[in-house]
Design a protein around this ligand. Sequence first.
Ligand code: NAD
Length: 649
Amino acid sequence: MNMKHFTTFVKDQVLVIQFDMEDKTVNLLNQQSLTSLKSLMTSAYTDDKIQGIVIQSAKDSFCMGADVNFIQKLVATHPNSETLYQKIWEMQSFLLSFEKPTVAIINGRCLGGGLELALACHYRVGIERTKLQLALPEVRLGIIPGLGGTQRLPRLIGLENALQMLLKGAPVSEDKALSQGLLNSITTEKSALKQAIDYIHSHNPRDHKDKMLNMYQPDHLMTMSAASALAKKQTQGCYVNVENLLQAVYEGHLVSLESGLKTETEYFVKTLLHPSTQAMLKTLYIDRQALRKKAKDALENHPITQIGIIGGGFMGGAIAAHAQVQGLKVVVIETDQERMLKAKEYIDSLVSKYSQTNRTKPLPKVTITKEYQKLKGCELVIEAVFEDLALKRQVLRQAEQYMDDQAVLASNTSTIPITLLAEELVSPKRFVGIHFFSPVAKMALIEVIAGKLTNKRALDFGKALSAVLNKTPIIVKDIRGFYTSNVCMGYIYEAITLLTEGVSPTVIENAAKQIGMPAPPLALVDEIGIDVAWHILQEAKKDPEASQPSQAVLDLVDQMYQQKRLGRKTQKGFYLYEPKKQLWPELMTMYPHIEHDFESVKKRLFDAQVNTAKTIQEKGYISKEEANVGAILGLGFCPQTGGPIVNKG
Ligand code: NAD
């Protein structure tokens, strides 16, 4: 089907090209949209009546970047590096030099390939009050910019600023974009076109000189080596894209822009064809998008406007704040005036941290109350009280009495089986597990747990909530610890086992970092709390189906629990926190030391997670795709691998 991607009109001898993909809610760069843009621009070059070109968007955002499905297809159809290079160079060379003055008018998000298109223009005008976000986020997807970002950005805003954007992949603020010269101006929607046209009438592209950046300059060489060292420290050399990105920037700035762009294309191709990139794209983009799409579809069938939360503590309060910022009305139930006040202060502080100060619409209301009657009108009610079976059952029963008949009831429990919680409910079918991760606003995952009796509608509400809260849901069957906690505990138990076998704790922590884990296991269990681990172990002991660690692990956790070494919360655990964080020295002498093989320690920490994930997936409790997405988004499991379950599909 021939989709329309652009509409055009002419004003004051300027061709205005409006990006507006007919079949999509956002604008993306792919083979078809780039070809149409090229054909519109080349006909403008030969039309004497046209003095210049404006590219703008008719949607809420300028462009979200390259269509990853298109990149994936490109790789599948051109698996050989030479033909892939040719194909990508064809696109690069179209952006190489625009023959007539060209201005990008940017609104909303301008990401990845979208920003690279804007960078190829001679001038960039931002439209104020459109939540402008300019970023090159490719590094986060495991790739590198491939339409000139590594070459034009440093030449435009300087090496240090550009490396910050390229390596972090995060958007820059409007003010920064303006002061660094990424945007030439920010103005109202009304005057943007006039400004663009004025620029075009007063400029000739031949007078436009790309700024040069002399990489041989000592301060540039120093910036480059500092960035490489920092990147190495942060990524432990696990990410081929980060290394290729730094090489493309370095080598590309020893030569002209055109040669630099060729260098970028070479590194882009090298990155794309690397197995790690393919695995990351599959999990973090293709599979994740598919899960998000299912969540969006569920939301269309089950709109959510108001939720209830029972318990406004650490998690309940954070869920309330995040939901409010995302546009939901929220009712929070607490026990008494004092706790209501505490919950209010906590929610307000999180809201002011997370909501944009220049928001256009007022935030919806949060009601904090003791009265369960106020749950009327909530489409979904989430229980988030203390992790105690009897208490949870009691508040769930109470909620059931006041909720609307059609409303869905959920629990944010992290360990108690959903089926067990549902036992005393009048309508267990509408009860589902919705497991959030902390910090709620930041973590991208929600685990939706299906109890034995949970119906599809309740599961769909879990997915729909994920869509409203801008998160990715995975669906897991109701096993003790669900999915992510099991994988996480597998990792922690293996670390403690290694420790009890006499491996140095420093070696264990370093080995974990080197396989790409963001949090080393002993530091992680200190954050979670040794008491939490102890309780999980006590519950697991009662369950013949739960995996049991060795007696040595049970003994060490028990000893630390009895000694109140509970981790960060008591300022002592596997680490000491005062005067500064360091491994507890006694751990070094607690077990007879053995010589270790560093590679085998790395392998054991990796395999412990992979084996747990595989066992759960092979028993049919979770799909391969969800297991991979869940491990990476929920635990930070070695993202460069694409997840614990080999999944090339
Ligand atoms: P918390 O102790 O901070 O908060 C619990 C809140 O529930 C308190 O504010 C308390 O006043 C309130 N509460 C107790 N009884 C109540 C009742 N009868 N009616 C209304 N409110 C009542 O605990 P938390 O860390 O927020 O954990 C809550 C739940 O979330 C637990 O099930 C926990 O397992 C789960 N969870 C916690 C985390 C985490 O990182 N802490 C992560 C995921 C899930």
